[in-house]
Design a binder for this molecule. Structure first.
Ligand SMILES: O=c1ccn([C@@H]2O[C@H](COP(=O)(O)O)[C@@H](O)[C@H]2O)c(=O)[nH]1
Length: 274
């Protein structure tokens, strides 16, 4: 069941009821699946469903990354997975990590893909083509649009650190997102856990805006520094994503339980510093 509440309402509720800032990333790579799942026609769905069911009470959001499904012609399995989350764990918002970015007429189609086809609560968008490229997503005024701001990869600094009239480009994005672009009140930003100083700067510029923070776990970001830099005035405000460290915690038939153990430890480590 999908309620009429907005993405931010749903996120706030999930932060509270689950006492969790952990976003469980769903990046299914069949080469890393346990042997008993390999080769099955719906292996991607079965793998992700087991992870979702094992971690739903620990997660403030799920974040499927569309490339892992599209690369294997498994978009139908992504649809089925999101439908499963809606039905069995309706209180956990779904963020479709698509990082789309295009002119308005094409962005309209990407918005339909994210919000109608996949029924996502929020989608990640690349804002570097400017305001008109994000506007079509905002027509869905109850859905979240999460803009890339300061990404977690080392090369993110190549462009995002360029000086644009006395501030860095990612700071301009943060300022616009917190101000004139945010007419739905449903914008959020991606800021990498690998750069806590920039998380702090974005927090300074955006008040209590939600931040999606990938980069702990496999990318080595520091949990304590991330939380201390990014927590909001209420001690929340963060969707701290971990994908591979949770998904591939175990290789045997008990892989979902191994994933749950890592998710639990990660949620608790995050909560220690809120
Ligand atoms: O700046 C960014 C934006 C998005 N991502 C995505 O998050 C996950 C991270 O996966 P891990 O296995 O926890 O490293 C992945 O889907 C990326 O596409 C990011 O890492 N950095």
């Amino acid at each position: 069941m999908h309620t009429t509440s907005t993405f931010i309402d749903r996120l706030n509720a999930a932060w509270t009821t689950r006492n969790s800032l952990l976003c469980v990333g769903l990046d299914p790579d069949p080469a890393k699946f346990p042997a008993h799942l390999s080769g099955g026609p719906d292996a991607i769905f079965e793998f992700c469903k087991a992870i979702v069911d094992a971690t739903a009470d620990l997660a403030c959001a799920f974040k499927p990354q569309i490339a892992y499904f599209a690369a294997r012609r498994a978009e139908d399995q992504l649809e089925a997975l999101i439908a499963h989350i809606r039905e069995r764990h309706p209180e956990v918002p779904v963020i479709l990590d698509a990082k789309r970015g295009d002119i308005g007429s094409t962005a309209e189609q990407y918005a339909v893909e994210a919000f109608e086809r996949y029924r996502a609560d929020a989608v990640t968008v690349n804002p570097y083509m400017g305001r008109d490229s994000i506007e079509p997503y905002l027509a869905w005024s109850d859905r979240g649009v999460i803009l890339l701001c300061r990404t977690s990869n080392p090369g993110g600094s190549d462009l995002q650190f360029l000086d644009v009239g006395g501030e860095r480009l990612f700071e301009r994005v943060a300022r616009l997102a917190a101000g004139e672009w945010n007419h739905t009140g449903q914008l959020a930003l991606v800021v990498g856990a690998t750069f806590p100083a920039e998380i702090a700067r974005v927090r300074e510029l955006t008040g209590d805006m939600p931040l999606l923070v990938p980069g702990i776990g496999a990318q080595g970001g520091d949990v304590e520094a991330t939380v201390k830099a990014g927590r909001s005035s209420a001690g929340s405000g963060l969707m701290i994503n971990s994908s591979r460290a949770i998904l591939y915690a175990g290789k045997g038939e008990d892989f979902a339980q191994a994933a749950r153990a890592v998710a639990l430890a990660t949620r608790d480590a995050i909560n220690r510093y809120r």
